[in-house]
Design a protein around this ligand. Structure first.
Ligand code: F6P
Ligand code: MN
Length: 363
């Protein structure tokens, strides 16, 4: 289809805003700045080993970030791009990121605005050296009123808002094509980067996740650390057609949550990085504010569901900026099933496989 028949991201945002006559256009401008950061990263990532930003193209080293993870040169660069592309506009009161221990302040030379931007600038970055899809995830919150009124510095507590308070959220995926996936609370829209024009062009709107699925994603090397409801769920999937689910399942694990979230938005499925006992200091692997909440908002807006297993993700009250949490998201009926398994008593509900309902040994 020629471009004349399509909507750019700019047009989509303006058409959306027309439906809210009171809207000032600041959110739109902010989202366009975020999308520009994503375009810059799409370009860097697409240059691959020919560019200068990949870990293996630079001298060995790299630091450890606030999460205790190795920070690759591209993690640092992508964080810098997000901060620099967004700090000048006057739309933000402050920013927080996976790569920064404390919130980033808007420099005194620029006005401070009414939104907060929270992001994971390069999700799945362990995949960058092997040319597998990575992405950027973002969440937009309102800044407390006094940030705008007094121009004070932001503090960690300003960001500790439940996912239900998000104004907008999305991600960019840097895969075979770069795409920008967005919700402003009115469904989910997908934009594909036209590399010639440098524009994100609307290619799918009102994305709907099928309620049922036969595909799940989990890092099963952690199986011995899982809690019983998760073991039960995965065992039942693995039991396939003769098992209690009565159907065969397929499994995928990319180790890039953005890519898993995208697959699930496009064709359904369920993703689990549940709370486990691997490291008692961390109740889960993924981060609430800039991974679980934005993906949770997108899932719910696409008719799917996101949960800790015990409660809806978007209802969780955060208590720290880099808080980790167990995360399950995707096709609604599967996520609800996993939540039910968390509520049901364990022993009576998980018969040993040999005595499962369809087993030969059951009387
Ligand atoms: O940001 C965390 C992350 O890279 C996610 O993108 C991904 O789902 C997960 O970690 C992979 O974890 P693991 O290395 O345990 O498979
Ligand atoms: Mn991440």
């Amino acid at each position: 289809m020629p471009l004349t028949g399509r909507w750019t991201l700019t047009r989509y945002l303006i058409e959306q805003r027309r439906r809210y006559p009171g809207a000032s256009g600041e959110l739109n401008a902010l989202l366009l700045d975020v999308s520009l950061a994503c375009k810059a990263l799409a370009r860097i990532v697409s240059r691959g080993a020919l560019g200068s930003a990949l870990g293996n193209a630079l001298p060995a080293g790299g630091s450890i970030n606030v999460q205790g993870e190795v920070q690759k040169p591209l993690d640092v660069l992508s964080n810098e791009i997000f901060v620099r592309m967004n700090e000048w506009s006057g739309h933000l009161g402050g920013m927080a990121s996976e790569e920064m221990e404390t919130p980033s302040q808007i420099p005194a030379t620029y006005p401070r605005g009414k939104y907060l931007l929270v992001f994971d600038p390069l999700d799945g970055s362990s995949n960058i050296d092997v040319n597998v899809a990575v992405g950027s995830i973002f969440s937009i919150l309102r800044a407390p009123a006094d940030v705008l009124e007094s121009g004070r510095d932001v503090v960690e507590a300003d960001f500790l808002q439940p996912g239900a308070a998000q104004v907008a959220a999305g991600y960019a995926i840097y895969g075979p094509a770069a795409q920008f996936v967005l919700t402003v609370g009115d469904g989910v829209a997908v934009f594909t980067l036209d590399p010639d024009l440098g524009e994100f062009v609307l290619t799918q709107s009102n994305v709907q996740i099928p309620a049922d699925t036969q595909e799940f994603a989990i890092n099963s090397s952690n199986a011995r650390f899982w809690e019983p409801p998760i073991k039960r769920y995965v065992d039942e999937c693995l039991a396939g057609k003769p098992g209690p689910r009565g159907k065969d399942f397929n499994m995928r694990w990319i180790a890039s949550m953005v890519a898993e979230a995208h697959r699930i938005l496009m064709r359904g499925g369920v993703f689990l990085y549940p709370r486990d006992s691997k490291d008692p200091s961390r109740p889960g692997r993924l981060r609430l504010l800039y991974e679980a909440n934005p993906v949770g908002f997108l899932m719910e807006q696409a008719g799917g569901r996101a949960s800790t297993g015990r409660q809806p993700m978007l209802g969780v009250q955060p208590h720290e900026l880099h808080q980790r949490i167990g995360l399950v998201f995707g096709s609604r009926n599967e996520v609800e099933r996993i939540e039910r398994y968390h509520r049901e008593p364990v022993a009576s509900e998980t018969p040993a496989p040999l005595f499962a309902p369809r087993s030969l040994f059951r009387d």
